[in-house]
Ligand binder design. Structure first.
Ligand code: NAP
Length: 291
């Protein structure tokens, strides 16, 4: 039976550490690290995500603002709101809730972000700097959380074969880069990958971020492998991942449960990135240097 990688207890520890760091920084600077969440429309999934982020931020003593624009908002109106938040000294991080309505030019809204306030690392400057490991950059909190969980359990990256299933800009691609930077050999799979099971069966570290319940079954996993499940799916009213838990737990050496695995650590990473953004912005204001 696989060791369960407990994201809840790691997240608790991280939240306590971040709360203490944020308090110390607030005492020195007079600012409370604050996140603004921007969405267009009031979709229930977005509202539920917003409630959960609000709870995390308020419990940790961070600032939190929510800006809801109508679902019919134009690209220009959203870009203008992002620019307003960029110029707001009391806002240090901006998170654009996805998905934006289909008529909105997603790239235009993302590119309007001040990269220093882009705490989910979606601006091309942050994504490019992650690619090249150059300068200061924010990394999306979900892959960062997954890596932090693996590090906490002492999983070896160097020389390991890491297979990542899912290539989104927010999870799969940055995760592949974080693994590569830790000297894993990385295979990045997607919906048009041929022979998925043959690839996953070779993985020492198997990371899955697709959004399809039960995609990865026990026979697709190498005995003893570490399996990280980022999937969030609701099946018969229950939250499940992309991994068929019972059959994979029998073969894997270590496995993240859903819920209680990567999700809680993601939320803690958003706190971390917001504090980091506040510190970087303060340094920039003091020295007058650009990003
Ligand atoms: P996404 O943008 O929809 O991307 C899904 C990826 O899966 C795509 O790259 C897609 O390939 C690939 N894919 C789809 N069907 C596949 C198949 N049968 N075999 C192999 N690959 C397949 O999703 P996302 O935003 O990355 O999110 C992925 C999952 O993680 C979702 O369940 C989401 O709810 C969850 N999530 C979790 C957290 C957390 O904190 N744990 C945070 C964010 C998201 P193509 O590129 O070819 O289309």
């Amino acid at each position: 039976m696989a060791t369960l990688l407990d994201g809840r207890s790691l997240a608790r520890t991280l939240r306590e550490q971040l709360q203490a760091k944020a308090e110390a920084w607030s005492n020195r600077s007079g600012h409370i690290p604050t996140l603004a969440l921007l969405r267009a429309g009031a979709d229930e999934a977005l509202l539920s995500h917003a409630r959960s982020v609000r709870r995390t931020f308020e419990r940790a003593g961070f600032g939190f603002q929510e800006i809801e624009m109508p679902a019919e908002s134009t690209t220009e109106a959203l870009v203008e709101e992002v620019r307003r938040l960029n110029g707001e000294p009391g806002v240090h991080g901006i998170l654009i809730q996805e998905p934006l309505p289909a008529h909105v030019d997603h790239n235009a809204v993302v590119e309007a972000l001040n990269p220093l306030k882009d705490v989910d690392g979606v601006h091309p400057l942050n994504a490019g700097r992650l690619l090249q490991q150059r300068g200061r950059y924010h990394v999306s909190s979900t892959p960062l959380g997954g890596i932090t969980l693996l590090e906490r359990y002492g999983i070896t990256f160097q020389g390991a074969l890491a297979v990542v299933v899912g290539r989104s800009n927010i999870v799969g691609k940055p995760l592949a880069l974080l693994l590569l930077h830790r000297h894993a050999t990385v295979v990045l799979c997607h919906s048009r990958t041929k022979g998925l099971a043959e690839l996953t069966r070779q993985a020492d570290i198997l990371c899955v971020a697709v959004g399809r319940a039960g995609l990865i079954t026990g026979e697709m996993v190498k005995p003893g492998a570490t399996v990280v499940d980022f999937g969030i799916n609701v099946v018969d009213g229950h939250l499940v991942g992309d991994v068929a838990f019972d059959s994979v737990a029998e073969r894997a050496g270590a496995l993240t449960p859903v819920p209680g695995g990567t999700g809680p650590v993601t939320a803690a990473m958003l706190l971390r990135n917001t504090l980091q953004a506040a510190q970087w912005l303060a340094e920039q204001n003091n020295t007058g240097t650009a990003t």
